[in-house]
Design a binder for this molecule. Structure first.
Ligand code: DX5
Ligand code: ZN
Length: 237
């Protein structure tokens, strides 16, 4: 039977997930159309003004995306607390992946179980200040681990290199324990760091401003993918 890594990643070396946080607020559908042929997933950020000092998106956007782009793979990242309560609210919108922050959940184990029982791939995320050891006990329950490489809440911030050191730890832990999660990096991803992130073991690159902030989002996405593919070759050497 194909494991979750194979199911989600297929034969791709890495996945690019443009974040609509950086799309034009009144043209989200049009902006997704612009990158549709260049991207594999679309990343959606939900923010509560409490766990992070910003608010963003709402469920109607996810439902509208489903209607307009039926085959689109929707990767939802909630920066909301309590995570368990917000997960309950988001589950009926049926994203493909639902990622919650470990720091925002009093019962992260139960929350990940609940997401899986709803037929959605569960993801767990950690902030730059949170070590991988904090989530080790729940990694067997996760189909995706999202490593924040900026402090969550805003787009277009500078990449925090120390946060990316967690990639190697996650790759090692996955191999030692024969686990299957994908490793996603979110925050400050651009064409010039895509290759090193993929070489360090990143499976999913989230890019907001680097894609939608560009004059030509499709060309920007294509450039990130091109550069990331070099990282993939480097990782194999
Ligand atoms: C920030 C969000 C990100 C955001 C990244 O908290 O989780 O998904 O869109 O934006 P960039 O790619 O511009 O750093
Ligand atoms: Zn995000």
């Amino acid at each position: 039977m194909m494991g979750v890594l194979g199911e989600l990643k297929g034969k791709r070396d890495f996945i690019l997930a443009p974040s609509i946080l950086a799309a034009r607020p009144l043209c989200v559908g049009g902006d997704i159309d612009l990158v549709r042929n260049e991207c594999d997933w679309i990343h959606v950020d939900l923010m509560d003004g409490r766990f992070v000092p910003n608010m963003g998106c709402d469920l109607s956007v996810i439902r509208a995306m489903r209607e307009r782009f039926p085959g689109l793979f929707i990767d939802v990242h909630i920066m909301c607390e309590p995570a368990e309560r917000f997960a309950e609210i988001v589950i009926p919108s049926a994203p493909d992946i639902l990622t919650v922050h470990a720091e925002a959940a009093r019962h992260i184990h139960r929350t990940l179980q609940m997401i899986r029982e709803a037929g959605i791939h569960p993801g767990v995320s950690i902030n730059p200040g949170t070590p991988v050891s904090f989530i080790e006990p729940v990694l067997p329950l996760a189909d995706l681990v999202l490593v924040m490489t900026v402090n969550p809440g805003f787009g277009a911030q500078s990449f925090i290199p120390q946060a990316a050191d967690k990639l190697k730890e996650l790759v090692r832990f996955r191999a030692v324990h024969s686990l299957e999660y994908l490793i996603e990096v979110d925050g400050g991803v651009r064409a010039d760091n895509a290759a090193s992130l993929v070489a360090m073991g990143c499976d999913v690159l989230v890019a907001g401003s680097a894609v939608f902030g560009a004059e030509d989002p499709a060309a920007a996405a294509s450039e990130i993918k091109h550069r990331a593919a070099c990282g993939c070759r480097a990782g194999l050497e």
